[in-house]
Design a protein around this ligand. Sequence first.
Ligand code: UT7
Length: 344
Amino acid sequence: MIKQSPSKIKTGSPENFISHAQISGIGIALPEKIITNFDLAKTLDTSDEWIAARTGIHERRIGDKNTATSDLCVTAAQQALQEAEISGSDLNLIIVCTVTPDNPVPSTACLVQERLGAKQAGAFDLSAGCTGFMYGLTVGSQFIETGFCQKILVLGADMLSKITDWNDRSTAILFGDGAGALVLTPSHAEKSGLLKFRLKADGSGASFLMVEAGGTRSPACEETVKNRKHYLKMEGKPVFKFAVNAILDGVTGVLKEENLTVDDIDCFIFHQANIRIMENAAKQLKIPMEKVFTNVGRYGNTSSASVPLALYEARQEKKFTTGSYVLMVGYGAGLTWGSALMRW
Ligand code: UT7
């Protein structure tokens, strides 16, 4: 017999009805150390002028050698749990979206689970490049909507500084470290919470953003280290073009399904890779830049952390309030992209 999902059962008290997943708490973590464009120009053939004009980035946060991704996760998670007024032991599931885990094995999610005392929770890592957080948000929301879980922690956390070739000016200027955490719980109100999702991938662009060695194709050895194959390489130009199209598709895709237009949206949160990508996409979509939240200038591209970091700061700056529509889009290695429409 097919069991009906609890989300579709609309009997008895309103609490039995789950309309969507909602965000009950947000937390962030950023390393203290700030590296400015001027700092980078001391060791690289670059300038503040070039970096600021081509990317909009002025500075980024970089973790020290003793800090690992799970450390940022735990700090962000504690803040999110506090806002949600729950503790680690209340969680059913922890998803850590990252491409920079503490170790290849075990998952960073298990390290976080232990440190949060989340004894009832399952835990796994999710890898989808800089789109990781959008994938994690979508996966977590499905578990809430089906009634399988009631309290989920979704983390977007990366320390790309640890896989950056600091001699390569084409990538070293772009990245920063950070983490963002969300607590997902069921929303019992109609049309409230995370309403629509879109997940996409195009593996034909896999080589555009890649760490060549350290996996099964090319296991770590003296040769791979000598040839700097453990660093993230990127072909900037095709990725730029892809990124703009990813935003266009991410925005129009979910809006169409929900019968809304860009004018209905109060705040757009795009992956913070380059201000020119956001401006280009906004122009094509006819979205005024005042509705596009940006903090890329202060943090650079923090990969999976970028959307939750921006969401946290946009809320702090009251770019959206109760009842506002917020549309988030992520894109990155894979290639992957994804979007989510939320009613706050
Ligand atoms: O999160 C994953 C998604 N990632 C992205 O979305 C990144 C997408 N790509 C980009 O944002 C841009 O392609 C970059 C910011 C990476 C590069 O900007 P660009 O406008 O595409 O520059 P370019 O690579 O075409 O380079 C233009 C020139 C070249 O010199 P020539 O050949 O014109 O003489 C580069 O060698 O700028 C030079 N250049 C630099 N100059 C000073 C490249 N990097 C630098 C640098 N400082 N850091």
